[in-house]
Design a protein around this ligand. Structure first.
Ligand SMILES: NC(=O)c1ccc[n+]([C@@H]2O[C@H](COP(=O)([O-])OP(=O)(O)OC[C@H]3O[C@@H](n4cnc5c(N)ncnc54)[C@H](O)[C@@H]3O)[C@@H](O)[C@H]2O)c1
Ligand SMILES: [Zn+2]
Ligand SMILES: [Zn+2]
Length: 338
């Protein structure tokens, strides 16, 4: 069967790999239909993802169709369209023992620490599958949105909250949609108008472009001078890491999703003075998948705006090269596999 293989940083090709021949007990055989690419795939292509080893088949945002009904997993019948959680968990570490498998110390994500879904067929453990009344493109969007939904869950967001989301890229957009789906008043913050326009369609009531507007003054005006109840950081830059703590209201919650790309220095007194809840948020749990599916089934997300490119599988190497050269031109790329 065909697969997209990252041979080494910058070297990617479509080639024939061994057919999926895993034991039937290892899971449900799926025909891959569509795979989304995100920033972590670009980093793998660039050799800047420390968790990836090469050669590696990428792909962790997946829509697929069940190939055959397997008597061991009778609820997954031939022809059913599904999406999946790309994570694994060990069941033994402290996070797993607390039912927080999304933060498993030994997690192996599809396409990162093990081969992913940019191939014609894959076999996936039944407990990682989700079915939904969604199109193939929507199924493919579930996983990237779960990361932001998990952050909204970590923040315990309710309809009485005002939530600022710093960064409305692929991950931040999920946080905007997740907070809005919980009924909160959402303020999207970015430096690009196109990202903010999509954030509005995903549920942001207000947006702030910090390339030309002053974050503190705008937030103060929108919150009667209190600051937002919740700030979700979805960028990973030192200045926005600090801004989250500086701008959040007294007794507020700060959620970090962005992976800080460099060392961050803080004035720590606000942690205590404001009595903040400061939480990290990583990957997502099963409940987050169910909630994203409910939101997409309610047609509450601008799917067409959020997906900027759909390409056939053979064009994956070319689009990765183009994305690498001009990252600003791309938001969400989806690869049509079959
Ligand atoms: N915690 C997790 O489980 C998890 C999962 C995936 C990604 N991430 C991290 O989340 C972060 C966002 O990922 P992404 O895929 O959405 O990236 P992205 O590049 O698509 O989005 C980042 C957005 O931030 C905006 N931005 C950049 N600098 C800004 C600034 N100073 N002020 C305001 N806006 C700014 C950009 O215009 C862009 O829209 C990254 O750090 C990534 O590593 C975390
Ligand atoms: Zn992703
Ligand atoms: Zn574990």
């Amino acid at each position: 069967m065909n697969a997209i293989v990252l041979e080494s940083p910058g070297q990617v090709q479509m080639k024939t790999v061994r057919d999926e021949d895993g034991s039937r007990s290892a899971g449900v055989l799926l025909r891959v239909r569509m795979v989304g690419l995100c920033g972590s795939d670009l980093n793998s292509y660039r050799g800047r993802n420390p968790l990836v080893s090469y050669p590696r088949i990428p792909g962790h945002e997946v829509a697929a169709t069940v190939v055959e009904t397997n008597s061991m997993f009778p609820q997954w019948t031939a022809g059913m369209d599904v999406t999946m959680s790309p994570y694994s968990n060990c069941g033994k570490c402290a996070a797993c023992l607390r039912n927080r498998a999304n933060a498993c110390q030994a997690n192996q994500t599809l396409g990162v620490q093990r081969d992913g879904a940019l191939t014609e067929f894959i076999r996936v453990p039944a407990e990682r599958l989700f079915k939904a009344d969604l199109t193939i493109k929507e199924l493919c969007l579930v996983e990237p949105l779960t990361v932001g939904f998990h952050a909204a869950a970590r923040a315990r967001i309710t309809a009485s909250d005002t939530v600022a989301v710093l960064g409305c890229g692929g991950v931040g957009l999920g946080a905007v949609a997740g907070a809005a789906f919980r009924g909160a008043k959402v303020i999207g913050v970015d430096v690009e108008d196109a990202k903010l326009a999509t954030a509005r369609k995903a549920g942001a009531a207000h947006t702030i472009n910090t390339a030309r507007q002053e974050l503190h003054a705008e937030l103060a005006e929108l919150t009667d001078g209190h600051g937002p109840d919740v700030v979700i950081e979805a960028i990973g830059a030192p200045q926005t890491y600090r801004a989250a703590v500086e701008e959040v209201a007294y007794a507020g919650r700060v959620i970090y999703i962005g992976w800080a790309k460099e060392h961050v220095e803080y004035e720590t007194r606000p942690f205590v003075h404001k009595e903040l809840d400061i939480l990290g948020s990583r990957n997502a749990q099963r409940e987050d998948f169910y909630e994203v599916i409910r939101m997409l089934e309610a047609r509450r997300f601008p799917v067409e705006e959020a997906v900027t490119h759909v390409v056939p599988m053979a064009e994956t190497p070319a689009i990765l090269e183009a994305w690498n050269r001009e990252p600003a031109r791309f938001t969400k790329i989806m690869v049509e596999v079959s």
